[in-house]
Ligand binder design. Structure first.
Ligand code: FPP
Length: 238
């Protein structure tokens, strides 16, 4: 399931619909600043955008949506902003869990969420457990996630199991049970991966858009999927 080097036609869905879309949701702070609002208001608007994009992705037939909500580098932000983001995560899970479950969406976490306050970590565990058998779609949220450290952890696990090759590392990545990453989007005009899904991005199509994340909506996602559908993927072949 995890090999990036497969044509997108496998599995019945039209080849032009990416199986797995990941998003670096950037620009919340600038969106708020442009409106004279506190950064927390930008993150709140960003959480609403995440809701709309999840719905649009499901309707389009995307099997997995991965959102970069908190990087392992985000701990360097001021304590108040970390508290705001943690509070938002708590609120989002409280409000969305029953909807996610009703919609047949499985929640999956990439990274180590145990670094968050104990009540948040427990709430996340419960949400993951409750939705574990859902099959219509997967929402993967990256929390305290860093791509390099994921690769190091996977390499250690592979070494402990006796063999370090690409398959063994893929099996040990946080994404081992997700479809191959087909499309990686970053909003807000920045052209960087910022330590997100480094291994998984090897064959992904990359899309950088100028839209600030809170303004990215269902239409913006559909435009991104249309852009993806126009691209020709060769996986190193001709
Ligand atoms: C980047 O904008 C965004 C983040 C660091 C946090 C992303 C979190 C959310 C959208 C809310 C939580 C979502 C879920 C699904 C629980 P920035 O603050 O770096 O913006 P800037 O570059 O304009 O300052």
């Amino acid at each position: 399931m995890t090999s990036g080097a497969q044509p997108a036609s496998a599995g019945g869905a039209p080849a032009s619909v990416p199986r797995h879309v990941a998003i670096i949701m950037d620009g919340n702070g600038r969106w708020a600043k442009a409106r004279g609002l506190p950064r927390a208001a930008g993150h709140r608007a960003g959480a609403e955008a995440a809701r709309a994009v999840l719905r649009a992705a499901g309707e389009a037939g995307v099997q997995c949506l991965t959102l970069y909500a908190f990087s392992s580098e985000n701990w360097r932000r001021p304590a108040q902003e970390i508290a705001d983001l943690t509070g938002l995560l708590r609120f989002y899970i409280q409000r969305e869990l029953s909807n996610l479950h009703k919609e047949g969406i499985r929640l999956k976490i990439l990274g180590d969420h145990n670094a968050f306050e104990a009540d948040v970590a427990k709430m996340v565990d419960k949400a993951v457990e409750k939705t574990a058998a859902n099959r219509r779609m997967t929402l993967a949220i990256a929390l305290n996630y860093g791509g390099r450290s994921e690769i190091v952890r996977a390499a250690r696990a592979a070494a402990a199991a006796g063999e370090i090759d690409e398959e063994a590392i893929e099996r040990a990545l946080d994404t081992s049970d997700l479809p191959p990453l087909d499309l990686l989007i970053r909003t807000s005009g920045e052209h960087r991966l910022s330590n997100f899904l480094l291994w998984q991005a090897a064959y992904a199509e990359l899309l950088f858009v100028d839209t600030l994340w809170p303004d990215f909506d269902g239409d913006a996602l559909r435009a991104a999927l249309a852009d993806y559908a126009r691209r020709e993927r060769r996986y190193g072949g001709l």
